[in-house]
Ligand binder design. Sequence first.
Ligand SMILES: [Fe+2]
Length: 371
Amino acid sequence: MSLKGWMAQLKQIGEKTERLALLSQLGQILNSTLDHQEVRRRAMEAATQLMKAEVSSLLLIDEEKNHLFFEVALGEKEEKIKTITLNLGEGIAGWVAQNGKPLIVNQPEKDSRFYKGVDDQTEFKTRNIICVPVKVKNKTIGVLEAINKKRGEDFDKEDMSLFTSLADQVAIALDNARLYQELEEMFFQTAESLADAIEKRDPYTGGHTRRVTLYSLATAKYLPLNPMEMKWLKIASVLHDIGKIGIDDQILRKPEQLNPEEFEVIKQHAVMGVEIINHIKPLRHIIPGLKYHHEQMDGAGYPEGLSGDRIPFIAKIVAVADTYDAMTTDRPYRKALSKELAIKELEKCSGLKLDRKVVEAFMRAFEKKEI
Ligand SMILES: [Fe+2]
């Protein structure tokens, strides 16, 4: 072989290696998140990059409606394309979804399977297209497509083999994210059932947990919490009174106001909640919310009499939500305050008993009718 031939071959090998390295890197990026929406977005980016294409789409199968919908489409036409659906068998993507086989169409106008409708609606010109099925345990759940290879090139067999590998990675990442989401939902439901178990014992607080959770999350929207902290706050709100499971019925269900000794017993629910949740290691982040939701800024709260910044932020949020709900619901020994009066009370307590920033955030949510 001539030197020129060798050089050309070497260049080809170099390019192949580079693309394989890119595939492996993209696979890692895809599988480093469990957020379903993020996986879908990354899948698109990876497809465009790996296929050197102008635009990519992920279409998922809606089993009930028996059609494909554009989950994400990167590129200028994104908004338009999101509204389009394809029947199974319709268009290149529909054909791939129905047959579970990859397909390259380099001259779409000559291919009877090509459906011009999408181009017409998006004013996009498909010059060529590569489309592969996304399969989870041999079942096609959607398709991944890349359109218009850059530099006017055609898609080839090498593209197909790389794209198929990428689709496998996308399938794994999507399935992991789905399982995680299901697990998380099941977990929330379990937490809610536990909270419901306490409410069933305490007839005077019907719906308290649900409202505290709603108020906490509405308040947190106006506070600098990251998505993970929001999740912890949600669970902490749902389970904040879980320790009441360990409180004697006679005290818990007493219709009159509690005497000081009984109140001492009720106070134990904060620490009992921790004892219950301590058994579940992944829930350690919510413990501060459970343990300290009755602490007060001036140090007059319980169980430890913490004050100011020593009170964990998550507990301060639950405290405001809890206080507001306690004031606005009837108790056997006193009538509920009106919303307006309760808000005035919160303002009075702001900085003294309750955290000022949290009360401010609560007010904003209240003004926007989110509470
Ligand atoms: Fe409580």
